[in-house]
Design a protein around this ligand. Structure first.
Ligand code: 5AD
Length: 356
């Protein structure tokens, strides 16, 4: 028996642990404990989803942002970014290409760009849902009023990604300027849930100021929110941000957290993120083997991708959508999985086959 195993077993049974035990578990992370955790988290993911990996076509449709988050490369004060907005027709073209390849979920992600008013977003959403009625549409466009979220939902959006970034107020203030607050971020997430979106939260692993204690608070918050999706990836520095000199997060801890989250919410949709693929050549595959079940390749036009750099050396800036599907399929095959042509909605938990 290795130290930490009992904590993992207890987390698996109870879905959550008291904060002190979560901290102890996070501090116990080592390769041996990883192997034990992943043997369980991978089995759970296969029980829930088979060896099928859901795909989401990511469309980064604007890199204008009114916020000034200290970690993010497209923050307002970064004068070195060439800003762009895609037209509705360009967005639809991304969807058309993606649909041909097998994508059945499109994710519209952007900075908080005031140009895209509720009215403009409603129009884009209606057009996408009109042309692709069998696809799910996910938004990832930041903090809004409940009323705005409702309008976008009524226009046809199905899901919303909004990472909480950290569930600790003081840590939140280390990552964001004073006009942004954890309280409002949480308000957004609860509003989105109440409206009926499938909701995703998440955080960066190894962000400046993060500790085992703040990570334990992240896990407690995620347990409380019970989101359908959870996105995590390592913090990666960006040279034109206040965090340029900060060390990058660790892949090992990111994978460990993916495993823990899979135990906590067996049917959660958990992507193996681009940040993970950036930090290690096999990061994407290792994320799947730790319990992730989603990949989100980029469908944005190749000529704007370099402008959507949240962090340095972001992976996949060159490939066309078709290449990236084929390459991902190859990566998945190499570990015994395959890409699914499926909306990949959140589903109730699969019971009965567990061999605990
Ligand atoms: N490193 C890693 N992830 C980042 N994000 C933003 N900047 C960085 C960075 N420097 C993540 C944030 C955000 C998501 C869209 O990208 O968590 O919510």
């Amino acid at each position: 028996m290795i130290y930490g195993q009992e904590l993992i077993d207890e987390l698996y049974q109870k879905r959550i642990l008291p904060k002190d035990k979560l901290i102890a578990l996070l501090q116990a992370q080592n390769p041996e404990l990883d192997a034990y955790l992943f043997s369980i988290s991978q089995r759970i993911a296969i029980e829930q989803f088979g060896r099928r990996i859901y795909t989401r076509g990511l469309i980064e449709f604007t890199n204008y942002c009114k916020n000034n988050c200290y970690y993010c490369g497209i923050r307002r004060d970064n004068r070195h970014v060439q800003r762009y907005r895609l037209t509705t027709e360009q967005i639809l073209n991304c969807c058309r290409q993606g649909y041909q390849l097998g994508f059945r979920t499109f994710v519209l992600q952007g900075g908080e760009d005031p140009y895209f008013t509720d009215q403009r977003m409603e129009e884009i959403i209606r057009q996408i849902k009109g042309e692709f009625p069998d696809c799910a549409l996910t938004l990832s466009i930041g903090e809004k009023s409940r009323d705005s979220y409702q309008r976008l939902f009524d226009a046809g959006a199905n899901r919303y990604l909004l990472r909480h970034e950290t569930a600790n107020d003081a840590h939140y203030a280390q990552l964001h300027p004073p006009e942004l607050s954890l309280a409002n971020r949480k308000r957004c997430l609860w509003d989105l849930k109440a409206i009926g979106y499938q909701v995703g939260c998440g955080f960066m692993v190894g962000s400046p100021g993060q500790t085992p204690e703040t990570l334990a608070e992240d896990l407690l918050f995620i347990h409380e929110l019970a989101p359908q999706m959870i996105g995590i990836g390592p913090f990666l520095h960006h040279q034109q941000t206040p965090f340029a000199q900060q060390p990058d997060g660790s892949m090992e801890l990111t994978l460990f957290l993916i495993g823990l989250l899979r135990l906590m919410i067996p049917n959660a949709l958990i992507p193996s993120t681009t940040a993970l693929a950036t930090i290690h050549p096999r990061g994407r595959e290792l994320g799947i083997l730790a319990g992730a079940n989603v990949v989100m390749p980029n469908l944005s036009p190749t000529d704007v991708r370099a402008q959507y750099t949240l962090y340095d050396n972001k992976a996949c800036t060159g490939e066309e959508a078709a290449e990236s599907w084929a390459q991902l399929q190859k990566q998945m095959h190499s570990i015994g999985y395959c890409l699914a042509v499926d909306r990949g909605d959140f589903k109730p938990e699969v019971h009965g086959t567990q061999q605990k």
